[in-house]
Design a protein around this ligand. Structure first.
Ligand SMILES: CCCCCC/C=C/CC(=O)SCCNC(=O)CCNC(=O)[C@H](O)C(C)(C)COP(=O)(O)OP(=O)(O)OC[C@H]1O[C@@H](n2cnc3c(N)ncnc32)[C@H](O)[C@@H]1OP(=O)(O)O
Length: 727
């Protein structure tokens, strides 16, 4: 756990050991306390180095222990940091890999910190719904000042070693032999006064405008993490560091920690943390799984199409150091696309340089641009990323069948087209898979990996491995129109439009959902994405436009309610931000500043008049419930149909691809927080009021769970019964 071995020349080295990341479990904290006690008492020891086993200092408190009420990690760790700091023998932290959360707090208790150049440090507690409660909010501001500490503590950002050196978090950065260097430093400072190295005793250096700084930070986090309490508590704790002596500040830190711990946020965020790691551990009903099926190596890749998605995917591959061949259909598109890719790559290089990488250019994989399909003949994987047109995609896949080597995997980046139809035109349907990237593809963490009926488990394994190589979270889902993410999203957006027909204003709906915590309300999101995209898709399938049978009622398709509002806006040339007007108006075409549009109010009045729609007062509560519960209800249907195998798959998709607030855990976790009987009763009521909105009808699976006594979320899967899985 924590071992103490004697080193020559009187320096004791204590090694933290708790694989895989040396997290501070209560057992490790106890072992560390024991080892420290021994080293302090041992008169032959004059200095101490603390390091981590297997090249990782410490990833903080053991999150697996968070839900065990009897654990007392915090106070223990806090006492330990005080014990270390007040010790007369100098203590040096040798930071390799990571020093995060409690790991960094431990290092801040030490008198000196030496870091390996590739190490990262940070206080990510805020991302787990808590705050650094082992003195981090009090010691860090004393070390690096209020502004920098606020940024680190409220964002949870990981800082690379060189940046940590600039900020003053670490004293030295080394390229190798971190522990040896720490031992050398420890020996050198034996006998030197430690006063200035005891952070708790230092004054906080406050700029004159400190209150303004804190207020500004508060405004920022309230906007960025709407509805979440931990970022605000972090600021309150830093405010305590500004105004109170250290011991009083610590009391405040503990109080705020207890307050947060009593909310649902820590549990929700920690659920989200583990869910993200669990989804990589896929299992198929056949028994094949990540453990049994090896991925094939991917040394080279190709991307077809250099539109917005293709450019991001090429950049993402280059960032993962995978050599890419990027193909376009004609010279003009190739020129435009290649320039755009080069500019994205330049930005990546700049970012890396700012983070202290000296050889940033060499850390990207090479990209070759071409018009020639023959250049694809040797690549291990192809990702087609042309626009959403089935005929075009099929043409490309036919061609790939001929050109690519037989072992090459063929992926289609589609947000909803049928993978089986695409696979069926190839000579290797078992090697075809959907890879639904999210825009911007080089930044967004989510990758929906869509299994078709022919897709082999080796192909799944390879695509999931690719996600990991790209630093993304791959979530395996089944093949159905719009897969999981967009299938749920469509109903949420449609519900928002129905609410506008019934009397809400777009900005009221956006505000309600943004206050709930969604990154962007549905109308701002539609305007950003472009209303014409959905319009084209609806025109293609005959929901609107020339293919719509004559005599179809304007607000009905089959037995379902339909709103033609978005179609009419498009007919008026209102495509959203790109045309300067959509649900909102903008300062110019391409403008970002959404402003309520009086034109729309008049238009809506006329529309309601024509369709004989009576407006009514719609509460925020109804907006949230109808928009979110219809999405959640569809989540239950997706589980019932075996399109997703577990509620956490849906939550990971929403948290990482759709701006769902992580502090509520994701839509399915949120449903469990609200209580399934409540969700069911509300859906029943809304369905009764709106019998033509068929998707409000509660799913059988939701009803089954409630009838079974509302089991906890982790047991839902076992209640699915023998459904026909699409996985
Ligand atoms: C009154 C009480 C007050 C308490 C005061 C003290 C408390 C301090 C609070 C904290 O310290 S909270 C924890 C803060 N630390 C973090 O948030 C770190 C989270 N981890 C990561 O960011 C990453 O895992 C990593 C360390 C950068 C490694 O990333 P990598 O991509 O290499 O691997 P992963 O797949 O993410 O993780 C590998 C493996 O390790 C598990 N794990 C990671 N961190 C922790 C942890 N802190 N506790 C427990 N387990 C952890 C992770 O779940 C993976 O496990 P698996 O079984 O292999 O899936």
């Amino acid at each position: 756990m924590a071992t103490f071995r004697h080193i020559c020349d009187s320096v004791a080295v204590i090694t933290l050991s708790n694989p895989p990341v040396n997290a501070l479990s209560s057992a490790l904290i106890q072992a560390l306390q024991k080892a420290l006690g021994e080293a302090i008492r041992d008169s032959a020891v004059e200095a101490i180095v603390i390091c981590g086993d297997k090249g990782k200092f410490c990833a903080g408190a053991d999150i697996r222990e968070f839900n065990k009420p009897s654990q007392k990690r915090g106070p223990h760790l806090l006492l330990l940091t005080d014990l270390i700091e007040s010790n007369k023998k100098p203590v040096v932290a040798a930071i390799e890999g990571v020093a995060l959360g409690g790991g960094l707090e431990l290092a801040l208790g030490c008198h000196y910190r030496v870091a390996h150049v590739q190490a990262r440090v940070g206080l990510p507690e805020v991302l787990l719904g808590i705050l650094p409660a082992a003195s981090g909010t009090q010691r860090l501001p004393r070390l690096i000042g209020i502004a920098a500490a606020l940024t680190l503590i409220t964002t949870g950002k990981y800082v690379p070693a060189r940046e940590a050196l600039k900020l003053g978090i670490v004293d030295k950065v080394v390229g190798e032999n971190t522990v040896d260097e720490a031992i050398r430093l420890a020996k050198k400072v034996i006998g030197q006064p430690l006063g200035s190295r005891q952070l708790s005793t230092l004054p906080v250096q406050c700029p004159p405008n400190v209150e303004a700084l804190l207020a500004e930070a508060m405004v920022k986090v309230k906007k960025q993490f709407r509805g979440a309490q931990s970022p605000q508590a972090c600021i309150e704790a830093v405010r305590a560091a500004v105004h109170l002596p250290y011991t009083e500040g610590i009391k405040k830190e503990q109080e705020l920690y207890q307050f947060l711990n009593a909310t649902h946020e820590p549990r929700a965020q920690q659920y989200a943390f583990f869910a993200e790691r669990e989804v990589a551990k896929w299992t198929l009903p056949s028994g094949a799984s990540w453990k049994t099926v090896s991925p094939q190596p991917i040394h080279t890749a190709a991307v077809i199409g250099l539109g917005t998605m293709g450019r991001g995917i090429v950049t993402s591959l280059a960032k993962a150091k995978i050599p890419v061949v990027a193909l376009e259909q004609d010279k003009r598109q190739l020129d435009i696309g290649s320039k755009a890719v080069m500019s994205l790559l330049d930005r990546e290089i700049l970012k890396m340089e700012q983070l202290g990488h000296t050889e940033a250019t060499n850390s990207l994989g090479p990209v070759r641009f071409t018009l020639d399909y023959d250049e694809l003949k040797d690549v291990d994987i192809v990702i087609e990323a042309v626009f959403e047109n089935m005929a075009l995609k099929k043409d490309i896949f036919r061609r790939l069948s001929v050109v690519c080597k037989p072992e090459a995997f063929l992926c289609t980046n589609t947000s909803g087209l049928n993978i089986d139809e695409i696979a069926s035109v190839t000579n290797r349907p078992q090697m075809v898979i959907g890879t639904h990237f999210f825009s911007p593809a080089h930044i967004m963490k989510l990758l929906e990996v869509v299994r078709g009926c022919y897709t082999s488990s080796t192909t799944i394994s390879t695509a999931m491995r690719l996600a990991k190589m790209l630093g993304k979270i791959g979530v395996l889902v089944g093949n159905c129109p719009s897969f999981v993410g967009n299938r749920l999203m469509r109903l949420y957006v449609e519900q928002a439009v129905f609410l506008v027909e019934e009397g809400s204003k777009p900005e009221e709906i956006d505000l309600a959902l943004e206050d709930f915590g969604l990154a962007m309300g549905p109308f701002r999101m539609m305007d950003l994405a472009g209303l014409d995209i959905g319009w084209k898709a609806r025109t293609e399938i005959g929901l609107t436009g020339p293919k719509l049978p004559i005599g179809t009622p304007a607000r009905q398709r089959g037995s379902k309610r339909y709103s033609p509002l978005p179609d009419i806006l498009c007919e008026q040339g209102r495509f959203g931000q790109k045309s300067g007007q959509g649900w909102y108006k903008y300062e110019k075409s391409g403008g970002r500043n959404a402003m309520p549009d009086p034109w729309l109010y008049n238009f809506l009045s006329e529309y309601r008049c024509i369709h004989n729609l009576k407006t009514r007062n719609i509460t925020q509560e109804e907006v949230i419930e109808r928009c979110l519960y219809i999405l959640i209800n569809q989540g239950f249907k997706v589980l019932e149909e075996g399109i997703a195998s577990d509620p956490k798959d849906i939550d990971v998709i929403y948290n990482n691809g759709y701006g769902w607030p992580k502090h509520t855990g994701g839509p399915m976790y949120y449903a469990s927080l609200v209580g399934l009987p409540v969700v069911l009763t509300k859906l029943e009521k809304y369905y009764e009021d709106n019998p033509d909105i068929l998707d409000l009808k509660p799913s059988n699976f939701l009803k089954k769970l409630v009838a079974s006594g509302t089991p906890p979320l982790k047991e839902w899967r076992s209640h699915l019964g023998s459904q026909s899985s699409k996985l």
